[in-house]
Design a binder for this molecule. Structure first.
Ligand code: UDP
Length: 593
């Protein structure tokens, strides 16, 4: 078992602690807290924030009393550790032990109260990646009485969101695993507002994309290593732990080869709302928002997002020329090495087409305007069907992007790097046989994340694009010339239930009967302009297990074919807008001829 080093009690400390804490309690009122907060913020180089923390000064003594008396309270959502987010009052963190602490007091609540199942395997996932064993969250428990013998807690007055970033070095991971889940977890809990404090517990440094995380809240996010600066024991007055996974669309292949998530719950609308929020924070206005200038009149352009270090396009100049000629558009190049986020996002948010090698930079296609095209280029022996994070994003309903994949099929146009380190695709460390097998292989077989050497070898190849074959694919796949004319999103309003469904029957002869079904329009239809309204009727003879479906244009219909006398039919009706927006079925009608 792991000892709770700094927060462990021993007798000497208790005796010492008793005396010291009485004195300390007297001194530790408002002044100390704000002094401490100010010095902490200096350490963090946060001149602006130091003001906030001292302004948000809480009554230290009252907070301490509340913690000692009431203890920690936890109420969570979610049935399983994989879909759980917990809200805490007075969750504490012991920086020396690197453990969260739940203090049992008179008003403590722990919902779900699942005993040791909390460790099987964890209370919850601290990152948005499902059930990853390096991302589990749990806490230690102590009686609130133990506080008397522990270092004086420092209280964090901000409402905190505590989480793990999954891979803050990689832009796809930053957006997919962190920014979107944080953004929508904050929308789920209204006290996680613009003043919320993000706390990143994965233990990494800021990383190259920290500025993006800063856009989510007006307060500086805190890293695990910075929590030490708050003292040995810090207590979050109010906090949420964990992230909603509702927004993620991709699984990275930890238990099965990578691919779209089985049950995607996000649509383009939510992605675009998120993108607009970031753009607002970056002071970027889009053409769509600029009234009066219709995009097709304005200068349209193509963006080539280039990588300058690995997975290069070796004939980028040729590509740019070919694109400009083919589409009669300006072509601009961006790269993470040469541009800042604001300028990258500004350029992409006005582009008609984004062309790039497969790679994390393609997640920026979420800033493309509706109607634009995403063109993803794959190195030799890498199947576009097996690696689809950006395809899945671009084809989410309501993203309204066109997606095209091109792959290099000519080995001679590929430059591999067998002598690089393994994580950049080197294979020199492998057996000769294995190296030869990889070199001879024409396609990377399906594999799990993350260290498959054949995959790394192939994905880090540089590529000389075969321009004619790329243009062929573009001409074939781009149904319409990429254009931003259709900038208005398609309606996603679903029909309501049809009303007052009724049936009337009559028997014509011993072998002939009629069944008339009628209904009223759904209630919401009278407020909508819908291009095409149709109705679907299902008819099932009682006792049979098949049914006959009919699509009908009007609000009633008389069925006579296949309708038998003296028979009971079960009938359901629903409304359909524009061919694919289905409403709910009515309750079943029992119709006896
Ligand atoms: N990256 C970059 N330029 C390069 C190579 C990588 O900006 O030449 C960025 C890339 O966009 C990602 C990170 O560095 O954010 C890690 O790149 P890697 O190739 O490891 O991951 P991938 O792009 O395949 O997801």
């Amino acid at each position: 078992m792991r000892a709770v080093a700094g927060c462990r009690m021993n007798i000497a400390a208790i005796l010492n602690g008793l005396l010291v804490s009485v004195v300390a309690a007297l001194l530790w009122k408002y002044t100390q807290l704000s002094d401490h907060a100010a010095s902490l913020e200096e350490e963090l180089h946060l001149t602006q924030q130091s003001q906030e923390l001292s302004q948000a000064r809480i009554d230290y003594h009252a907070a301490l009393l509340a913690l000692q008396e009431h203890g920690t309270r936890m109420v969570c959502t979610g049935k399983m550790h994989t879909d759980r987010v917990c809200r805490f009052d007075y969750l504490c963190y012991c920086s020396e032990a690197e453990e969260f602490v739940f203090f049992h007091g008179n008003s403590s609540v722990m919902l779900p109260n699942i005993g040791q199942r909390r460790f099987q395997p964890a209370l919850l996932d601290l990152s948005s990646v499902e059930d990853h064993n390096t991302q589990y969250f749990n806490f230690l428990e102590l009686p609130a009485a133990a506080l008397k013998y522990m270092p004086k807690p420092v209280f964090v007055p901000d409402v905190a969101l505590i989480l793990n970033r999954f891979n803050p070095d990689n832009l796809m991971h930053v957006f997919h695993d962190d920014l979107l889940p944080i953004f929508y977890t904050m929308r789920q809990y209204s006290d996680l507002d613009d003043e919320a404090r993000l706390i990143f517990m994965e233990g990494w440094g800021e990383g190259p994309h920290f500025d993006l995380y800063r856009l989510l809240s007006s307060k500086q996010p805190l890293l695990k290593e910075q929590l030490r600066n708050f003292g040995k024991l810090m207590c979050f007055t109010k906090s949420y732990v964990g992230l909603s996974k509702m927004t993620t669309w991709y699984q990275y292949g930890f238990v099965q080869p990578q691919g779209p998530k089985a049950n995607i719950l996000i649509s383009g609308n939510e992605i675009r709302q998120f993108a607009s929020h970031l753009m607002e924070k970056l002071n970027i206005t889009t053409k769509e928002q600029n009234e009066g200038t219709s995009p097709e009149e304005k200068d349209q352009y193509i963006v080539v997002f280039s990588r300058s270090q690995t997975r290069l396009i070796l004939n980028e100049a040729e590509l740019i020329l070919a694109l400009a000629q083919e589409f009669q558009m300006r072509v601009v190049t961006v790269s993470m090495e040469d541009q800042t986020y604001p300028s990258i996002v500004r350029v992409i948010s006005g582009a008609s087409m984004l062309v790039s090698m497969h790679g994390a930079q393609l997640v920026t296609s979420l800033f493309l305007p509706r109607g634009a095209a995403v063109v993803e280029l794959f190195p030799y022996a890498v199947s576009p069907e097996q690696y689809t994070p950006y395809k899945t994003l671009a084809t989410l309903p309501g993203m309204d992007l066109q997606y095209v994949a091109w792959r290099n099929t000519m080995e001679e146009n590929s430059v591999a790097h067998p002598d690089r380190p393994w994580d950049q695709g080197g294979i020199a460390h492998l057996d000769k046989d294995e190296q030869e097998r990889i070199l001879a292989s024409r396609e990377v077989p399906r594999h799990l994340c993350c260290r498959n050497p054949e995959w790394l070898f192939r994905i880090y190849q540089d590529t000389r694009l075969d321009i004619p074959s790329l243009l062929d694919v573009l001409r074939e796949s781009l149904k319409t010339r990429p254009n931003l004319k259709k900038t208005r999103p398609a309606s996603t309003v679903h029909p309501g239930r049809v009303r007052e469904p009724q049936c009337q029957t009559s028997v014509q002869a011993t072998n002939e009967a009629k069944l008339t079904v009628s209904w009223q329009i759904p209630w919401n239809l009278k407020y909508l302009k819908v291009r095409e309204v149709k109705y679907e009727v299902w008819i099932q003879e009682q006792g049979e297990n098949t049914y006959m479906p009919y699509i009908l244009p009007h609000q009633n219909y008389t069925f006579s074919e296949n309708i038998k006398p003296f028979t009971t039919y079960l009938v359901w009706v629903r409304c359909i807008f524009n061919k694919n927006l289905l409403g709910p079925f009515t309750d079943v009608l029992m119709c006896r001829t």
